[in-house]
Design a protein around this ligand. Sequence first.
Ligand code: OSB
Ligand code: MG
Length: 369
Amino acid sequence: MNIKQIKLHQLLMKMKTPFTTSFGTQQDRHITIVEAIDDTGRSGFGECVSGEDPLYSEEFMDASIIAMKKYFAPLVIHGEIDHPDDVWEKFKPFKRNNMAKSAIEGAVWDLYAKQNDMTLAEAIGGRKEKVDVGVSLGLEDTDELLLEKVKEKVDEGYKRIKVKIKPGRDVEMIRSIRDRFGDIPLMVDANSAYTLDDMETLKALDEFNLMMIEQPLAAGDLIDHAKLQKEISTPVCLDESIDSYEAARGAIELGSCRIINVKVGRVGGITQSKKIHDLAAHHDIPLWCGGMLEAGVGRLHNIAITTLGNFTLPGDTASSSRYWYEDIITPEVVAEDGVVEVSREPGIGSTVDFGKMEQYLQKTESITE
Ligand code: OSB
Ligand code: MG
């Protein structure tokens, strides 16, 4: 593929409003946009989704930048790559650091699609022309404030509403949403805030006919998730636990979940996401694509992966305007009535707009031969 240069554009983007989960609050989002450039000057783009601090997983942005500069960018520049599926094998000697790997691999995928005049979705093997999307709502200080947010998103037509929960902000809060909005498609995400000691609370949530409960227990607790799934009727969906193909296999075999949230960055890229997709399809485990508060580049990658057949549930890829006053891509991602149209333009389908990016850019580092 003749990749001659990798640029790491390091941005600081401020979200419209703070986003609170059981593990913390975030408003300033450091984002790294990876640009892979070939010998004709064509560029492909990926986005590193690592958090500011190692709270969601062990990865964090400062470390990911080092990993990309020191290991993964040089491997892509110096190694023979005929197809983006080769990248994972090249990276394999270096353990974990999936979000750093995925950011570089993602830029290679976009470049490959553009070199072959295909959309990224086509390059991946996806067929959908539109994808359904939902929205993720953070914890609010009061139920009343959350109800206002839910109303706004229901009115905007999102296909499902996900709300964050944590101990003390769960059963009664969900009851207030059901009382106000009736039988809307609703799910909860605990980001590992519970243990099996909270069984009573987790069972009490069954009453609300939720689409699923996402990641109730710790990431490593596949066995406890399996115990929990036997005790509750609400489907368990795993997010943090599924950090590799092997973890997906374990979860499916143990019965730890009935649904999987795929995040491309968390599993190490598009090639690994496809592998998990095929495994889950084989076992009738439906998928959806999660989000990591991405800017537009990451969002477009998420949309592309969602075009695969077994992504049957609405993902977290809401409109660019959900988090940003101005995104870094043209055109921006727009969900209308909970549906995003997949661009027909080559690669990720929108232009990375350096004019817009300027306002967020802190520095660009370049890795060459
Ligand atoms: O658990 O899905 C999660 C955001 C950051 C880290 C973890 C999660 C989330 C979200 C928001 O829920 C998803 C999005 O809108 O990007
Ligand atoms: Mg989650």
